[in-house]
Design a protein. Sequence first.
Lengths: 522, 308
Amino acid sequence: MGVILEMENICKQFPGVLANDCICFSVKEGEVHALLGENGAGKSTLMNILCGLYKPTSGEIRLEGETVRFNSARDAMERGIGMVHQHFMLIPTMTVTENCLIGDKEGSSIKLDRKEAGRRLKELAERYGMEIDPDAIVGTLSVGEMQRVEIIKALFRGAKILILDEPTAVLTPQEARALFKMIRALTDNQFTVIFISHKLDEVKEISDRVTVLRLGTVVGTYDIDQCSVEELARLMVGRDIHFDAVTRQQPVGDTLLEVNNLSLHREKSNEGKLLEDLTFEVHKGEILGIAGVDGNGQAELVECLTGIRSASSGEALYQGKDLLKLSTRDIMSNDVSHIPQDRQKTGLVMPMTLVENFALQDYYKKDFGKGALMNWIGVEERSAKLIQDFSVKTPSPYELAQNLSGGNQQKVVVAREISRQPKLLIAMHPTRGLDVGAVEYIHNQLIDQRDKGVGIVLVSTEMEEIMRLSDRIIVLYEGRAMGCVRPSETTVEEMGLMMGGRTLDDIRKGSIKETSVEEKMM
Amino acid sequence: MDLLQTIGGYLFTDIRMAAPVLLAGLGLLLMNWSGLLNIGAEGIMLIAALSAVAGSHYFGSVWLGLLLAMLAGAIFGLLFAVLTVTLRANQTVVGAALNILGLSLSTTLNRVLFGIETTVTKVDAFKVLEIPLLSKIPVIGRAFFAQMPIVYIAFLLVPVIHYFLFKTKPGLNLRSVGENPRVADTLGINVYRTQYLATIVGSTIVAAGGAFLSTGLLDFFAEDMVAGRGYIALAAVIFGKYKPAGIMVAAMIFMAGNVVSNVLQVAGIGIPYTFLTMIPYILTIIALTIFASRAVAPASLGKPYKRG
Ligand SMILES: Nc1ncnc2c1ncn2[C@@H]1O[C@H](COP(=O)(O)OP(=O)(O)OP(=O)(O)O)[C@@H](O)[C@H]1O
Ligand SMILES: [Mg+2]
């Protein structure tokens, strides 16, 4: 395996931030090379430089020994470098084929040959063990499918070096496994993959070598066989990370939220329900985990509880009121906080500054100003404190949200919602895209809140997170609750079966012989 | 037979009246699909209307007048692109400025060139081009095949632009810029160049619509003669769901209001003339309030794009 790509002394200066500081990085042909680093370490920036989207302030890129200069993504693509971005780069209103054909240079320069392109796409997909419908409208696809489209799109355009920026952050474990299979199939065919992830065991599993970045500089490049997961974490964060067992001091309190027979129909009622007869309670000082494969009603449940969507029937009693009948503003002003699933779409206003984003939820309250006038000085002080407490990496509180790294955007949302001192916290994927250090911090924050008596609804697809934090776990499957268990009284296998659609009663009757989770999940 | 004759006549007028709105709508469509919201069609059409008359007057050819009008449109388009794409000024504000500029510039130039007289300067205008045989088809023959050349061009542009937008690679690239310029950028499309091209070409098409007002429908320039057709074209794009054929239908429906108002005026049924001329505008407002929410605009319409 020869060296195919070298990046030498790459620096990238953003206003106020030196995102890449003299980075040297080399990749061998046919390997999976992982790129590790804290949120804001400069991984995405380095890859954006490699794929021609950003111009480096200084430094040089060599492909197969030849110095190259990329002025646009097209230049990089022509040299066989394709990137799947951290946040999908797809146009939802267009079909898969159309998305792949945008900017395409091959064949006729005028005629758009959808049929031929569709055929080629299918062929490519089959060769690397993927399934894809070229005529599907991208907006209707699941996240896992969109990911596949992104990869196919890169291959279609002739990528030989494929950059995957946090491809697994939004995938279910099953989808992630399918992705790994795909990556294997690619590297077997002389493709080279650069893989970014915060999930260290994934990195350990899939990659051959790993380069660790910290604060824009390279810590080192290592053979994966020589590093344990713990060592990787230490290299990345610069200290040891502990995920101790969670202890609890006081017992849970009174009932805070009581959900009864919550149902949500689809637009056409004959197509089954999105949520069916959900009944559960959340107590003060308790974390209720909602587990399940993504897309089994979690998002709908949260939307109903936060007033974004109106439920078809049922009630959700909280402080003597029915949340299902209140507007979002009313719910939020009654000490409910919400960490939404998509930080870029619903969590933040991307072209606004952090100060403004921090004020979004409560701008109308007394603390934030008098009458119609905002007290910006006060808001700024508040923001500065949150930025420090949650160690958000930003040059100033007046940086635009869109200029922050993905993980730091997430921290801003979490900081805003927790700082409102809620009584009920509805958190959906609160640690998605965060590095291990930040995950540890957010977990401690959630535990802190719980100890203060806050009731927390924690929606997560990360089995470990759910098992570690929750006091009780409800598993959702196709909008129905498969059962409610305590983490100490269940096993990963049992959870897996429930996530696959078996009810707890059914499993515990023991009528079925043991099946491994993995098989069940595939 | 008489009734059919009359209907044929109405259709003839409707198609003729719709042509300028259709042209303006198609030009706007190209800009919209590149993500630019240009409300300055009215101004572009005005300056084009004057340029067409001036060109026809000085060069003695209506076609050269059209060329001059399109040139003026291109310059307005270029101005819009420089301000909104390169300098990222607010698109609505710049569009409004174009309207004011078009109105005042055309008025001033008109007075400078032709003087402030009560008699207007008449110029060479487009002539009807009858298509042999086809124009003899009863009832609809004249409506479809005895029009001025620009009318044919306007309606031929409908399939041409449709084909361009939805069946060609440059069309796909253009739409991707309007939907999400960042995605287009990652795929190697020069977003700024695409927007410049779309604006300039789009503005020349809008200008052709303006030229037809003064050298097709009429044969002279009158101050503020566009009379809101630029705004109706904006509405037609939305009503037509950002598709060429939709815009064509919208333009015909809106301008049918014009025909109705003319008919009622002639019939003399006692409604004051000023109310009758409001019909096409009222029709536009009604159509928009009913259909605007269902239109699917390009996702990044009106949002300036800044490269990282
Ligand atoms: N377009 C930009 N303008 C200004 N600053 C930027 C821009 N893009 C990134 N930065 C800054 O550069 C630094 C590195 O960001 P980058 O996105 O590369 O981090 P990352 O390693 O990918 O982090 P994460 O794991 O959170 O995605 C951050 O501090 C970020 O604020
Ligand atoms: Mg990143």
